[in-house]
Design a protein around this ligand. Sequence first.
Ligand code: 13P
Length: 249
Amino acid sequence: MRNKIVAGNWKMNNNQAETSALLSELSAKLPDTEAEVMVAPTYINLVSAIGDLEGSTIQVIAQNMHFAESGAYTGEISADMLLNVGIDTAIIGHSERRAYFGETDEILKKKVVAALQNNIRVMFCFGEELEDRKSGNHFNVVKSQLKNALFELDKSAWKNMILAYEPVWAIGTGETASPEQAQEMHAFIRETIAEAFDVNIANNVSILYGGSVKPGNAVEIFSKPDVDGGLIGGAALVADDFVAIIKAI
Ligand code: 13P
């Protein structure tokens, strides 16, 4: 069966002292849950975050990863560097990486392959823009994002994959997909994976929803059968809000 997951993507927020303070508040308030709880601080604070969370069930994950093993890639971080400090999960394909840092499907495919080859679990993000939804093209866009980056993977790769559907128009805007829109897209994603691979793989992959999830809408969104949790931005920066969202799952 697929896991429930609540992950906080902190993006470029919180220096080291702020990271420690937020993690200590989160650890103190963490409710009992069967869900996997993850936080993704910035690279520079990953090591201290692991130290801050010693003995906690909260997992520290990376926001990004480069596809090369090592070499002349100024400013980048490799799979080995993550593994070496105890990180075994990376977010790949976030819409902000696609929009501001030129990450194409082709680059993302290389990143996914490199991560999986190194036994790094991939949280693969994708989602349509507002114009795509308005023009009714959202299913095609999502399908092509999945196809271009993931369809050539080996079936065995899927045990290390998490999918995160994040419609770009709902990220940081306060506008969220309705629970029905989320369910409709998640069911489509599962169907798409079933067609490209098999039903078993589709039924076992966790599909998270991301985009303005807040304590006030989390219960409704998480109650949908194909929504297995959330990737949380802004609300993950406030311990009480993130805890409320974890309780909602
Ligand atoms: P918000 O929750 O701030 O909309 O961000 C979602 C997101 O991008 C998580 O990766």
